[in-house]
Design a protein around this ligand. Structure first.
Ligand SMILES: Cc1cc2nc3c(=O)[nH]c(=O)nc-3n(C[C@H](O)[C@H](O)[C@H](O)COP(=O)(O)O)c2cc1C
Length: 405
């Protein structure tokens, strides 16, 4: 199956060390290429040179070293499975890079359609049949046809760069690192306000901030009770209405920020309603997110990425675009009526003029208008104590977003 190429002589102005160093500037993902043997444990090797080649027909490739003892045995089987390793699978990466007679001794796996091992817990797997093997210097170029494939854990992949391992950090978050650090320092000073508010109101209190075009929940406090879990901390959502409304109310470049969204029909009417609601937030000091069946879609999208710190994906953007927040006018609230409240939020102003947000989550199925008002008042008081603690000041009520009219 192997084709041989004659080596070409060419001038070379670098050493092998230069070659390694320069090409080490290019990061790769890490996969395990594996096959079974009729008489013995499965075989596998860690591969960084895996790449997709063609969609039609579906082809992938990788480059095994000619010194590899695993590759000739995989080639003999004619098929293999590629398991994409996750950022938490560095030990598997090392395990399959070692020379050993039984690399699968402590590894959990199952069989693919071609009869090759799929590593359990991998990010994704690609089941392949070998098309051709070509000599490529001190390596072989293996071209294979994809027979089946699937995303498995879907978690962040393991990356290999300059001889070390790491994980992907989206640029939007990396550039926001400094902003985030300064927000976190601020939040640290107002954490006890959050804790006592959570205890007093028996709800979850989250501190959020706008970082670039995202609304990020950076810290949280929950009332002490068995099983209480701050699952929302770390969530990254698009900074689009109705998310981050108290921050939006004090954002000078709100029109340009894209907060009003773009996909809703009759945009101008929606934006007009929002400007009114933002006025109410500036005068009343808080915002109420009412129950909304579309919000279940947002929660579902968020739960899928919880803990990964992944940026908002297309599905989440779409779910947020479907949220229809009815305008929030505190004067409409009837003290005896029951309300489905999803969240309540209020701005906290920092010394440098940036705006954080306290958000309350975890309300009972319904609360009365009277409770809603009382909760709003408690929230606003806690937020203004936090503002004072940070040396900030609430700007005059003729807020910046009002100028957008
Ligand atoms: C991150 C990483 C990437 C690797 N990429 C390749 C590769 O693309 N090709 C290759 O032949 N070996 C690669 N290796 C080395 C092989 O995994 C290793 O040499 C092989 O498993 C040795 O065992 P064997 O004799 O059983 O093949 C890589 C190792 C690591 C740690």
């Amino acid at each position: 199956m192997t084709q041989h190429n004659s080596p070409g002589a060419s001038a070379q102005n670098f050493t092998p060390a230069d070659f390694r160093r320069v090409l080490g500037q290019y990061p790769t993902g890490v996969v395990v290429v594996s096959a079974t043997q009729p008489d013995g444990p499965p075989i596998a090797m860690t591969i960084g040179s895996f790449t997709s080649v063609s969609l039609d027909p579906p082809l992938v490739a990788f480059y095994p070293d000619k010194t590899s003892t695993s590759w000739p045995r995989i080639e003999q089987r004619g098929a293999f499975c590629v398991s994409v390793l996750g950022a938490d699978q560095e030990s598997l990466c090392r395990n399959f890079a070692m020379k050993s007679d039984d690399k699968f001794r402590h590894v959990s796996w199952r069989l693919s359609g071609t009869g090759s091992p799929i590593i359990n817990g991998a990010v994704a797997w690609i089941d392949c049949r070998i098309e051709s093997v070509q000599e490529a210097g001190d390596h072989y170029l293996v071209l294979a046809r994809v027979e089946d494939l699937a995303i498995d854990s879907g978690s962040l992949p393991l990356l290999f760069f300059r001889g070390g391992y790491g994980r992907f950090t989206p640029l939007s978050l990396a550039t926001g690192d400094l902003t985030m650090m300064s927000h976190l320092r601020g939040i640290d000073q107002i954490r006890d306000e959050m804790t006592s508010l959570a205890e007093k109101l028996r709800v979850e209190v989250l501190a959020g901030a706008r970082i670039a075009d995202e609304f990020v929940l950076l810290a949280g406090a929950a009332p002490e009770r068995a099983g209480a879990e701050l699952s929302r901390v770390g969530r990254r959502m698009p900074f689009v209405a109705p998310l981050g409304a108290p921050i939006a109310a004090w954002t000078p470049d709100l029109q340009e920020s894209g907060w009003f969204g773009g996909s809703a029909p009759h945009d101008s009417i929606v934006a007009e309603e929002w400007l009114e609601t933002l006025d109410h937030i500036r005068t009343e000091g808080y915002f109420v997110g009412f129950g909304d069946s579309a919000y279940a879609g947002v929660e579902q999208s968020l739960q899928r990425v919880d803990g990964t710190m992944l940026p908002p994906d297309a599905e989440l953007h779409d779910a947020v675009a479907h949220l229809r927040q009815s305008a929030w006018a505190p004067s409409d609230v009837d003290a005896t009526a029951e309300y489905e409240v999803r969240s309540m939020s209020a701005p906290v102003f920092t010394r440098d003029g940036t705006v954080l947000q306290f958000s309350l989550y975890g309300f009972p199925a319904t609360i009365t208008g009277a409770v809603l008002r009382r909760t709003g008042a408690e929230l606003v008081e806690a937020a203004s104590r936090a503002t004072a603690r940070l040396g900030g000041r609430m700007p005059s009520t003729a807020g910046p977003a009002a100028e957008a009219r």
